[in-house]
Write a protein that binds this ligand. Structure first.
Ligand code: UDP
Length: 377
């Protein structure tokens, strides 16, 4: 029997995402491989998504990423409008065997509230749940709704009510681990931090260290909904109600001198890959418990050693001394950056090819889909 999965990627960005995109990247990596394994996929996303699927549904024409800067209740309103479309579709059609949901809190709440009207649901947790103990309390008693983490460390921090409904964890993956590597890029002398510019990712720590220890640092990623330095400055003071924009102005921008520390905005496609592949190291000076770390496994796939604080999923993804260097505290990072060349790029690449391919991730999700359907009875 062919399994039909409704993959709910949410309303924030198209799939694949135009540049930055956490959840949307995960979906874009997973879906093609599931389909190769014989699964029918119905994608719930925005109408501008171009990912090939068997069927699709959407409420919004385009990604609602900019709405994420509004107050939290309005953000939930956008997520809810999208979910209402999903619920309508689930009530109208009878071909969905399982919903694989990726919409933080609202997705889980809405699908749980459907009770026996909903097919079995697997909700993938993407965030650090130690910070949101209350958000997920309501899964109590829902036998048709299960959750999975993106690392063991993330699940260990989740509230007990949520852990009781967990079917395990699945590490993130990257298509870069399967694509043929192009001719080696010219090595640069820079260190890169790739990711959303936000306090948890610790760009301010990285920038301080770059000045103190004398290495060149490139910051790549959006600040709130702003992808380019020009967009951010055009937005003016009105943008400052976004916490990541405030973080940028207060803690990062004063350290960005355009020479020692540069911000290049969001990078995509080949530019992103070359920026990371040519770096001496990918730096993760984390100030939170990193839940999944797509950028970590991407760096390994591109043959670039990871230098990071040993927080969240990092010790699960990186073997200290072989595929990267892990620090107990931020002040150990400069020494590790300077000695990152003792890590073999090829060893990093092989680790990604072995552990972080879309195939490895999709096969693990198929196991979890079986578990979820069995537990739903
Ligand atoms: N990313 C990108 N361009 C950027 C910054 C990030 O394409 O300028 C991508 C990055 O390669 C990764 C994703 O966005 O695939 C971020 O995922 P990660 O798990 O590292 O961070 P989070 O989901 O917490 O934002």
């Amino acid at each position: 029997m062919v399994l039909t999965v409704l993959m709910n990627a949410g309303p924030w960005l198209s799939v694949p995402p135009p540049g930055y995109g956490g959840i949307e990247n995960v979906v874009a990596t997973l879906v093609p491989e599931l389909r190769r394994l014989g699964v029918r996929v119905v994608l719930a996303s925005v109408a501008s998504s171009t990912l090939p699927v068997d069927d699709r549904l959407s409420v919004f024409a385009d990604g609602q990423f900019a709405a994420l800067q509004r107050p939290y209740n309005q953000v939930c309103g956008v997520a809810q409008a999208h979910l209402n479309g999903v619920v309508r579709a689930l009530r109208e059609r009878d071909d969905i065997d399982l919903v694989h949901d990726h919409v933080e809190a609202v997705g889980l709440a809405t699908l749980t509230a459907m009770g026996r009207d909903a097919p079995p649901v697997l909700h993938t947790l993407h965030w650090d749940l130690g910070k949101h103990p209350d958000l997920y309390g309501y899964v109590d008693g829902a036998n048709r709704v299960r959750v999975n983490g993106v690392s063991a460390a993330q699940l260990a921090r989740a509230p007990q009510a949520l852990r009781a409904h967990s079917v395990g964890h699945v590490h993130l993956a990257t298509p870069l681990a399967t694509t043929e590597r192009k001719s080696p890029v010219e090595p640069g002398d820079h260190v890169v931090i790739l990711g959303r510019i936000t306090p948890g990712k610790g760009q301010h720590v990285g920038a301080q260290l770059a000045h103190r220890a004398g290495f060149r640092l490139v910051l790549a990623g959006p600040v709130g909904p702003y992808h380019r330095p020009t967009e951010l400055s055009a937005a003016g003071d009105a943008a400052r109600h976004n916490p990541d924009v405030r973080y940028w102005y207060e803690q990062v921008a004063p350290l960005v001198d355009g020479v020692r520390v540069r911000w290049v905005g969001t990078v995509a496609g080949r530019d992103r890959d070359e920026l990371v592949a040519s770096a001496r190291a990918s730096l993760f000076p984390l100030c939170w418990e990193e839940p999944g770390g797509t950028a970590v496994v991407e760096s390994l796939a591109l043959g670039t050693p990871v230098v990071a604080t040993a927080r969240g999923c990092l010790p699960e993804l990186i073997e200290h001394g072989r595929t990267g260097l892990l620090a107990g505290a931020a002040d150990e990072l400069p020494e590790l950056v300077h000695t990152a060349n003792r890590i073999e790029g090829n060893e990093c690449r092989q680790e990604a090819v072995r552990r972080f391919t879309p195939r490895v991730m999709a096969e693990r999700y198929l196991e979890l889909y079986d578990d979820v359907r069995r537990l739903a009875g």
